[in-house]
Design a binder for this molecule. Structure first.
Ligand code: PAF
Length: 322
């Protein structure tokens, strides 16, 4: 007990924080931690939901199947050290971003840079609006195809190598030091790509999620089964609608390139069960509103009809409410 209290007192540097301790949040924590043994020398922390700060034992299984044990600091929402957070990686589900992040903004360092890393699109709009009050803060957006599996609440397995794509969206730019810190993840089997502008890359990922997630959830199948010819025309229609909406949003996408990427991901992740398949199977909320729902929302704003995406939204909402 005494050593835990001492560790909490000594942990006075918290420049990098992660909001959301799901599989990707924990994976990012392990990859960014400089010293996983001693919490007082580790400058990466989580931000929890409780007011009180706590220490938590974490287990991580790396790509070589090597286990690692770590003691992580979970900063409470009333902890003064929130004011030292210079980089916040937001790894909560898309529908949690606004509610989890906006009340924290005033408590973080005035220069804090926020990075949203979730499936789907949409939460960046209210976050960017809220950041207008904080001119020194900045917002970057990203997406990752790293695969991680949560074995239990605090045990995560790195299950596949992927690429993490990031780019500045609004406000101040990320400092050179923090950019270098994220880019350094390259040395550890993770490809980090910086894109300017970032939105085309996020629309490309949106296309993958708009096809794979609802179709696997509705047909109760692994990603690979979507390569069957019976899905071809539906997949083509979903992508067609997305490309048209993106164009009205000022993002030009090449349908052939997007389709090739969608089928490549279906093949590369053929044995996986998508996050939406898992959310539906476990009776959890899904990210449908931020995936196909975002396409429908933007379509409405441009007076376009997107019946294929709308049908998927309606069916998934019905399924997850039943
Ligand atoms: O949400 C998911 O499951 C993933 O983003 C993806 C790429 C569709 C693979 O399963």
């Amino acid at each position: 007990m005494t050593s835990i209290v001492q560790s909490l007192k000594q942990t006075n540097i918290a420049p990098i924080a992660i909001l959301g301790a799901g599989a990707i949040g924990q994976l990012m924590y392990h990859k960014l931690s400089i010293n996983t043994q001693e919490p007082h020398t580790n400058d990466v922390v989580f931000i929890g939901r409780d007011k009180q700060t706590a220490l938590q034992q974490l287990s991580f299984i790396d790509l070589k199947q090597q286990p690692h044990e770590t003691l992580a600091t979970i900063l409470g929402t009333d902890d003064k050290r929130l004011a030292q957070v210079e980089l916040l990686l937001v790894c909560v589900k898309a529908y949690q971003v606004e509610q989890a992040l906006i009340p924290l903004l005033a408590k973080l360092s005035p220069q804090c840079h926020i990075v949203l890393l979730h499936n789907g699109l949409g939460p960046h709009l209210p976050v960017a609006a809220a950041l207008a009050k904080y001119p020194e803060k900045g917002l970057s957006l990203g997406t990752t195809s790293q695969a991680a599996l949560k074995l239990n609440q605090w045990q995560v397995k790195h299950s596949g190598v992927g690429v993490t794509q990031l780019g500045h969206f609004c406000g101040s730019f990320m400092s050179k030091e923090l950019t270098a810190r994220l880019t350094a993840l390259q040395s550890d089997n993770q490809t980090i790509e910086w894109h300017q502008p970032v939105l085309p890359v996020l629309w490309q990922k949106l296309a993958i999620n708009a096809v794979v997630n609802p179709l696997t959830a509705l047909n109760q199948c692994a990603n690979g089964q979507l390569a069957a010819t019976e899905y071809q025309s539906q997949i083509s229609a979903i992508i067609d609608e997305l490309v048209q909406v993106a164009k009205c949003d000022g993002i030009t996408l090449d349908k052939a390139v997007i389709s090739a990427r969608v089928y490549q991901v279906i093949e590369l992740t053929s044995a996986n069960f998508s996050s939406m398949y898992q959310d539906v199977a476990h009776n959890r909320l899904t990210e449908i509103n931020e995936i196909n729902g975002y396409i429908c929302q933007q379509a409405k704003a441009h007076h376009l009809k997107v019946p294929n995406n709308q049908e998927l939204v309606d069916k998934i909402l019905k399924l997850s409410q039943s």
